[in-house]
Ligand binder design. Structure first.
Ligand code: URA
Ligand code: SF4
Length: 211
């Protein structure tokens, strides 16, 4: 497993990185997925959101957070007063990992392992170096641990401000973790409402931090 590093052009902007990422073979996930789903958003974004990996819809459309989790994210961002068009949105892993369902043609999301997260990390680092955001928001444990290490716990450290050192930069940027929108979709009734309210509160904290 070579990792993505050899495909990542040095000092590149987002457009060049996105182009280069199309041919990445840094781990096995490129084999079965439809395409690389790179980050999207303005290169001068102050807020930088990181999810886990593309889902079924994202794999087909080639853009991050355009499926059910993306709809919930959009709703929460709006509630928090954040305009998504000003935010850079990406994932810790750029290819969809799945298993074929035995009973239907559906492709079932499989959580990426530490190997894939590590293999894909050079892309995330390069995106951070190109965008140089004021604040990174990790959506869920995979993204949080990709950036803060495997001992980071979203359950106890969510909503708290940390610092993240960017490659080749003297100054650190802010870091905050919250839950993944998919974890809210799975809930119902009062639990869901509560989880959604907490998610929106974390996003409001993020918005205030970049104001
Ligand atoms: N879940 C993610 O983590 N990222 C996406 O882009 C879509 C769903
Ligand atoms: Fe490359 Fe990341 Fe895709 Fe693996 S998941 S092939 S490292 S872009």
């Amino acid at each position: 497993q070579p990792g993505a590093q050899e495909w990542v052009p040095d000092g590149a902007g987002i457009a060049e990185l996105r182009r280069a990422a199309r041919s990445c073979e840094g781990c096995d996930l490129y084999r079965d997925a439809t395409q690389t789903v790179f980050g999207e958003g303005p290169e001068d974004a102050r807020l930088f959101l990181v999810g886990e990996q593309p889902g079924d819809m994202e794999d087909r459309e080639g853009e991050p957070f355009v499926g059910p989790a993306g709809r919930l994210l959009d709703e929460a961002l709006e509630e928090a007063g954040i305009d998504r068009s000003g935010v850079y949105v990406t994932n810790a892993v750029k290819h969809f990992k799945f298993t074929e369902s035995e009973r239907s043609s559906r492709r079932l999301h499989k959580k990426p392992g530490r190997t894939e997260v590590v293999a894909c990390h050079p892309w995330l680092r390069a995106e951070l170096a190109a965008v140089r955001p004021a604040l990174v928001v990790a959506l869920g444990a995979t993204a949080a641990q990709a950036l803060m290490g495997p001992r980071f716990r979203v359950s106890t450290q969510r909503g708290e401000r940390f610092e993240l050192t960017l490659d080749g930069s003297e100054e650190a940027c802010g870091f905050l973790a919250t839950v993944h929108p998919s974890s809210i979709i799975r809930l119902q009734g009062e639990d869901r409402a509560k989880a959604l309210a907490q998610f929106i509160a974390d996003l409001r904290t993020a918005a205030a931090a970049v104001d």
